[in-house]
Design a protein around this ligand. Structure first.
Ligand code: ZN
Ligand code: ZN
Length: 180
């Protein structure tokens, strides 16, 4: 079921802890399908395999994994619908300890407990990617969007349409006032 790439994201926790100071590097291209990423419809599409570069270093009681994940993506500007390409460079930095370890009991946030004899990096990598691939893409912060009346791309040219204030919150407020 799991691909060779997904298996390459596993580290033998027992071996690493047995030899403190051991370093392992993982460099691979992996598709978001192999990672099992389920992006929402609002999110950009990941274009090419993600580039993963991680380094694991063991100590006597934990394994620290640090590195980066890079993804190219394409999305549609939510205001003007123009196609937008982007790159997300994500930082990975996590510490893994055996489930039985007393390390970090008071500080769970920074530590991932591992039940198995190996660290599976697929879930934490997947989680970072799913959080980091943008939703609500904008071609530019100041994108003017498409005119709701004539359909013109207001980045390209100004139209003379007068856009009514259709903010629902204001409409609701007006209704309230009428009822008073
Ligand atoms: Zn736009
Ligand atoms: Zn217009």
């Amino acid at each position: 079921m799991s691909s060779a790439n997904a298996r390459a994201l596993r580290l033998n926790l027992v071996d690493l802890l047995r030899q403190p100071g051991t370093e392992r590097t993982i460099s691979l291209d992996i598709t978001h399908e192999e990672l099992g990423c389920a992006l929402s419809a609002a999110q950009a599409t990941i274009l090419s395999p993600l580039v993963v570069n991680l380094r694991a270093t063991s100590s006597t009681d934990s394994v620290e994994v640090v590195g980066s994940i890079v993804a190219n993506w394409n999305g549609e500007c939510r205001r003007c619908l123009r196609s937008v390409d982007g790159v997300s460079e994500m930082r990975f930095d996590e510490r893994f300890v055996p489930a039985a370890s007393s390390l970090g009991i008071f500080d769970e946030a920074d530590i991932t407990r591992v039940e198995a004899d190996y660290i599976d990096l697929v879930p934490p990598v997947r989680e970072i990617v799913m959080i980091d691939i943008p939703d609500a893409v904008l071609c530019a912060q100041e994108c003017q969007g498409i005119c709701g009346i004539c359909g013109a791309d207001r980045n390209a040219h100004r139209c003379d349409c007068i856009i009514e204030d259709t903010d629902d919150r204001w409409a609701a407020l007006k209704d309230l006032r009428l009822e008073e």
